[in-house]
Write a protein that binds this ligand. Sequence first.
Ligand SMILES: [Zn+2]
Length: 512
Amino acid sequence: MINKIFTTALVIILFSCNTETRKPRIGITGIAIESSSFSPAKTYEKDFNIKYGSEIFTSYNFFDQSYIDKVDWFPTMRARALPGGVVAKESYESMVLQIIELTKQTLPLDGLFFDIHGAMNVEGMDDPEGDFIDRIRAVVGPKTIISTSMDSHGNVSRKLAEESDLITCYRMAPHEDAMESKQRALDNLVDRLITGKGKPKYKAWIPVPILLPGEQTSTRVEPGKSLYAKIDPLTKSKGVIDAAVWVGYAWGDAPRNHAAVMAYGDNRKQVKEAAETLANHFWDVRNEFDFVAPTTTLYEAFDRAFNYLNKGKKSKPFIISDMGDNPTAGGAGDVTWTLNEILNNTRFKKNGPELIYASVPGPDLVTKALEAGIGNVAEGYVGGIVDNRYSPPIKLKGTVHSIKRGDYNAEVEVVIKIDNNYVIVTYKRKPYHYLKDFTDLNLNPILSDILVVKIGYLVPQLYDIRGDWVMALTPGGVDQDLFRLDYKKIKRPMFPLDKDMADPDLSARILN
Ligand SMILES: [Zn+2]
């Protein structure tokens, strides 16, 4: 069907331009990171995985030859990092300047695919993505159609909304539709260029004064499920190209940190209605957002796990999310507080349940474990290098259960067995999301009694193996209890921080 549109459109262009056979020229660039300004961690350019030129196509699974053939592509540079602490100003400047120089060499561009996350915090900046797009716009010029693709936890400042001609974000959390969203952003861009329709005539932006942790806005459960389900039907109106809802990022402290809704297309009334429908629905259900699993203290989580295990032999593990230091949301990932509480708890000694802890970076212990070898005892420090506000580095001593080298993030992973606890220690931090992450280390999480993971809501593979699950409100750079965060610069009033606030103005701001 899309092929058909392209073919038809190409024919139209060929006829209307006589001898003109030029394909649209589309650039691809972006910097993607979610970085917490409440974490002591700092992110540098070296922490980014940077791709240049056609290597960037490998970031998108839909870039097969037929997709590549449609357009003259100019991928320049795309940087992507694991979530972390605030980005160093010099690293941000260095990456933006490289992108600007590379983009200059691709001009003129008809379109630009601007692939960002939207929750990058940079030292001393309130709106890094707004600054970035502003500077890119100055290079490509006002006529280039910029299509921005984002994470639904990104922030949409007025500047970012104004400079993006097309803009969208994920509709699922966890983000199972990440590729689909990116392809939608590109398909819309290609379509507007090939059909000659150009920029959308109307673009509606609505800031929504709500700030919630991602863990309360999963689209697996209500009210997130119904809110996001409203988007697709609204984009079926002929006059609407796309619409999107951003939850925003709660671990940044700037005026842009809040939820937002956008819609755009060629029919003013439909665009306005689509945006206002979504914004009003979001506001109406604001009190219904809650954590997707029971949330409690770590101690209560232990009690629940033992109650679960005491009910008889289980075929699936009790999972505890160690939420406060979730590295996939911007935590340092090396807070030792939870691990300390486990290892110092008499219930987790020799005759205790089989527990897997994933994970803690500990280059010292990893080095010692490599020296000792599998089956031998190793002793060394783990954690507390970046974030030791709640607990210092801790010394672990145990048997080396397994060793794995060559992981993209961790580089080296070892499992240290202490009593009945299997602690995954990494050279560099790594999130554990897939069963293979565990089975590669000779661990079987399905058969374990308790699985503790530095994660917020469970990703699908872990969700599916849970016997039961609680999310523990542990301390760290992405503390899920927003009332404990010392906000200074976000706009007020903000739901839920300001009780009994008046209904906000949710009318569509029509941008140029
Ligand atoms: Zn996200």
